[in-house]
Design a protein around this ligand. Structure first.
Ligand code: E4P
Length: 219
């Protein structure tokens, strides 16, 4: 399973990239606004930190302007994945950009029917939002199960399931069990994944016993 980081915070991204766990980055207009940075500049800087796909989202809602925005974003760096919303204009834009060789991430997917359309439009990634579905009392992870099942039934589909709106490590584990290709994690979720009290307790006991030996591996 690939891990993308869902953030436009350069400090966080640099720190997490050094863990060797980061395969890409996703941003959205809200995360860019939170960064307080110029979008074109910040996407360029993120692309220099992480080799894998960096999603940059268009903000227009009509096809012609989305396409112009998408082409501009794709020109920032070779690893930009243009993000478009799952609307008729967004999918029309996806088709054109995909045919031009640009990776497209179709975002704001909330149903299996929408995910079928994203695949038909040539999306490199479809982003189903599990947390936001959970928030309204729906089982977000069921959507991942449905999309994975549908895509698996058609080996010609190349679209990767990118689990978005992840809120905690349980989402990541559930998505991995379903065989989702990618999860985009808020920085705190990746950090939480390392944690287990028995790891801390076990390490403390090993180190205490080691100290009693008076030895040092490096001499
Ligand atoms: C990523 O591509 C999405 O924009 C993001 O995961 C949405 O997460 P949120 O529902 O926590 O805002």
């Amino acid at each position: 399973m690939k891990f993308f980081i869902d953030s436009a915070d350069l400090k966080e991204l640099k720190d997490l990239a050094s863990t060797g766990m980061v395969d890409g980055v996703t941003t959205n207009p809200s995360l860019i606004a939170k960064s307080g940075r110029d979008m074109i500049e910040v996407i360029g800087e993120i692309c220099a930190i992480v080799d894998g796909p960096v999603s940059a989202e268009v903000t227009a809602t009509d096809h012609a302007t989305m396409l112009a925005e998408g082409r501009k974003l794709a020109g920032i760096a070779r690893n930009v994945a243009v993000k478009v919303p799952l609307t008729p204009d967004g999918l029309k834009t996806c088709r054109v950009l995909a045919d031009e060789g640009t990776q497209v991430n179709v975002t704001l997917c909330f149903s299996p029917a929408q995910a079928i359309l994203a695949a038909k439009a040539g999306a490199a990634f479809v982003s189903p939002f599990v947390g936001r579905l959970d928030d309204i009392g729906t089982d977000g992870m069921q959507l991942i199960a449905d999309i994975v099942e549908i895509y698996d039934a058609y080996p010609a589909i190349r679209t990767e399931v990118l689990v978005a709106s992840v809120r905690h490590p349980i989402h990541v584990v559930a998505a991995a069990k379903l065989g989702a290709h990618v999860a985009t994690l808020p920085p705190n979720v990746l950090r939480q994944m390392y944690q287990h009290p028995l790891t801390d307790k076990g390490l403390a006991a090993f180190l205490a016993d080691w100290q009693k030996t008076g030895q040092s591996i490096l001499g």
